[in-house]
Design a protein around this ligand. Structure first.
Ligand code: BDR
Ligand code: CA
Length: 310
């Protein structure tokens, strides 16, 4: 698996899970602007790998600092904090990011290892879109591509119509939809039902023992602001959605979500609808590209899977 992340709070938990899961061989992490700028996302990723005991083991490729056709409006620090990981302080890593751009790496590795790689994107889809623009033939060379983002039957989160990862680079999302990738979209339809609670993290800190303590402590420091945000904005009670971890888990435990393939396109024009997924659910659909959307989830089983690795 390769993860492409805008390493914020829930991306961090997704990466920790991937490093620790026996179901996953984590080949590399690409980084992208989104929750924060790409430099901060890269630095967070390197520090996280050190925390997870994988410093120097998993290469990190820095990617796009802005959308393919738009400027980056800047991070919204009320969601993920100024440093993207809720103000948690992690020691610096001695590992450096690779020299190659994430998009170039994706194009190269897909050609070198056709049919082998699962790519999970937990931020804007910019890096993969750039890779597809450079070499459209790589679309058939991934084993699967799983994207966290979008909202099909439920409202958006950053606008009434759009989820943040699709809103942040709608043109990139449209490139992915049109590319013919083996694509599954894990969006708000399922992530808003799959919750992490403060009690889960308290339990982890109590039960993790001495070895697990640094990770459990980090998660406590990181998620405080996220619980507060979801309490304020979504009326959640001491809990938050497991957006990005669910995408990683769905990639290796696909039976935990139920997906439906629909013809779909991305609205890229009007600011009111930019990043909205338009699915053709008419009796005889004809508009858009076939994409699998996760629409139901076994949330308790996902939470159990997540905590099985810590
Ligand atoms: C997505 O946006 C980011 O805030 C999260 O990391 C997640 O990838 C949820 O809309
Ligand atoms: Ca993310």
């Amino acid at each position: 698996m390769i993860i492409d992340a805008d390493t914020g709070i829930d991306d961090a938990l997704a990466i920790l899970y991937a490093v620790k899961s026996p179901l996953i061989q984590l080949e590399a992490i690409g980084t992208c602007f989104g929750n924060i700028g790409v430099e901060q996302a890269t630095d967070n990723t390197l520090r996280l790998l050190k925390l997870a005991g994988a410093e120097g083991v998993v290469p990190v490729y820095a990617g796009a600092d802005k959308a393919i056709a738009r400027e980056f409006p800047g991070a919204k620090s009320d969601v993920h904090g100024e440093n993207g990981i809720g103000g948690a302080v992690l020691p610096p890593s001695s590992q450096q990011a690779e020299a190659e751009h994430a998009a170039d790496y994706y194009a190269r590795v897909a050609n070198e290892r056709p049919g082998e790689l699962t790519l999970v994107l937990t931020g804007r889809m910019t890096n993969l879109a750039l890779a597809l623009q450079k070499d459209p033939g790589i679309a058939s060379k991934f084993k699967s591509v799983v994207v966290m983002g979008g909202a099909v039957l439920v409202p958006g989160n950053i606008t009434p119509a759009a989820e943040a990862n699709f809103w942040g680079d709608p043109e990139a999302a449209q490139v992915l939809f049109a590319a013919g990738l083996p694509l599954t979209v894990v969006g708000l339809d399922v992530t808003l039902q799959t919750l992490l609670t403060r009690a889960d993290l308290d339990r982890l800190e109590r039960q993790g023992g001495e070895e697990g303590f640094p990770v459990a402590r980090f998660l406590q420091d990181c998620f405080g602001i996220y619980f507060d945000f979801y309490g304020r904005v979504n009326d959640f009670q001491d809990s938050c959605p497991l957006h990005d971890p669910l995408a990683v888990i769905a990639a290796v435990r696909p039976e935990l979500v139920t997906s439906r393939t629909l013809l779909a396109s991305i609205a890229c024009g009007d600011p009111l609808t930019a990043g909205m997924i338009v699915t053709d659910r008419r009796v005889k659909p004809s508009v858009g590209h076939p994409v699998a959307f996760a629409l139901e989830v076994d949330a308790p089983a996902v939470v159990e899977e997540l905590f099985s690795v810590f």
